[in-house]
Ligand binder design. Structure first.
Ligand code: 5GP
Ligand code: MN
Length: 341
């Protein structure tokens, strides 16, 4: 894979560019895509953002989010864009399989493939790119990319708002260990360019519907199973419960983090029964590596402190697999707990 710097000659002439991100886009996936979109448009390229599936309501304020092509809703148009594009950007994922339904079309892409991402273990299909798991977010990497091409003066409020959303959410509002000095310097720069941050926090965190909050209350009082011996927490949710509270995909986002606010809990698992699979979310604080846990037991991956996975067993069998995995991991959990400062 060649470096992003080596991409410069290609970008010196106008190109047709497709920008893609992972399935169920979050603020980092959509923010990095639209941030890059606004930047490359300013450079004179003709760009389209293609999302594998719908954009959640709490991200629809992002400038130009209404021009994003949704693959699952408009396959023909998205495939036509991919057919005529000379460059494909893969943002916030490093394996086509993470785009689920879009993966087939990406695999057939004939032009130049570029990846910018901060997850572990990138695939080798990309021609150019940068993989930096130490970075807070893909948005931070897009910001660095813009600066490396002397584009800082082109960062307008559209770009700033998109990039801020991703770096803010992926750092847990600037509290996770990935929140480096460079992250704060980036935010400072964006604010000096006129960015107002409070409206973005409001748009992302203060726009839930009442069912989501009632569901959260129910989950924390009735469903959260704390195991003090292994410093872990499990929340299993059935399809019936999701339906009872009329939850949409995205409404359960973030709930997995709550158990980590308990003093001695360092590992949190959130399991939901979806239509065709069981979805798992893992979070940890300190040294316990949930990426490894997700990879070993649940066919998933992610980062050291935030990962996801899946199971095709029933919900009760999945809980059984989880319990066995916890027994296998118990010593490691205790050790990581002891090393927590
Ligand atoms: P979430 O729990 O929010 O769905 O995912 C947490 C993190 O793990 C995200 O950064 C996401 O990209 C990553 N992730 C989630 N599911 C998978 C998976 O199945 N495979 C890999 N490699 N990463 C995942
Ligand atoms: Mn990300």
């Amino acid at each position: 894979m060649k470096t992003l710097a080596e991409l410069a000659p290609l970008l010196s002439a106008p190109q047709k560019i497709a920008i893609t991100h992972h399935y169920n886009p979050d603020a980092d996936a959509l923010g990095s895509s639209l941030g890059l979109f606004h930047y490359l448009n300013q450079l004179g390229h003709s760009c389209h953002v293609i999302s594998p599936n719908a954009i959640p309501d709490f991200l629809r304020w992002m400038p130009e989010s209404n021009s994003v092509l949704i693959y699952e809703e408009n396959k023909q148009a998205a495939d036509a864009v991919l057919d005529e594009s000379t460059i494909l950007f893969s943002l916030d994922y490093n394996h086509y399989s993470r785009t689920q339904t879009l993966a087939g079309s990406l695999t057939n892409f004939n032009g130049t493939k570029v990846m910018i991402d901060h997850h572990l273990f990138p695939d080798t299909v990309f021609d150019f790119g940068l993989s930096l798991p130490s970075k807070s977010s893909t948005c931070e990497m897009v910001y660095d990319f813009i600066n490396s091409t002397s584009g800082n003066s082109l960062i307008d409020l559209n770009i700033a708002r998109c990039l801020y959303a991703g770096v803010m959410t992926d750092t847990g509002s600037f509290k996770f260990p990935c929140t480096t000095g460079s992250v704060h310097a980036m935010v400072s720069d964006l604010m000096e360019k006129g960015l107002q941050t409070a409206p973005i926090h409001q748009a992302i965190f203060d726009t839930f519907n009442v069912n989501r909050l009632r569901f959260l209350g129910y989950v924390l009082s009735e469903k959260m199973i704390i195991d003090p011996a292994t410093h872990s927490s499990l929340i299993p949710i059935t399809k019936e419960e999701l339906n009872r509270f009329q939850l949409k995909t995205g409404d359960t986002e973030g709930i997995v983090n709550y158990p980590l606010s308990i003093q001695d809990i360092i590992f949190s698992t959130f399991i939901t029964e979806r239509d065709n699979e069981i979805r798992m979310s893992f979070r940890s604080k300190g040294l316990f590596n949930v990426n490894e846990f997700a990879r070993t037991y649940f066919n998933g991956g992610g980062h050291a402190n935030a990962a996801g996975g899946r199971s095709h067993a029933s919900l009760s069998d999945t809980i059984e697999i989880y319990r066995k995995a916890i027994i296998q991991t118990e010593n490691q959990l205790k050790q990581c707990y002891n090393e927590l400062v």
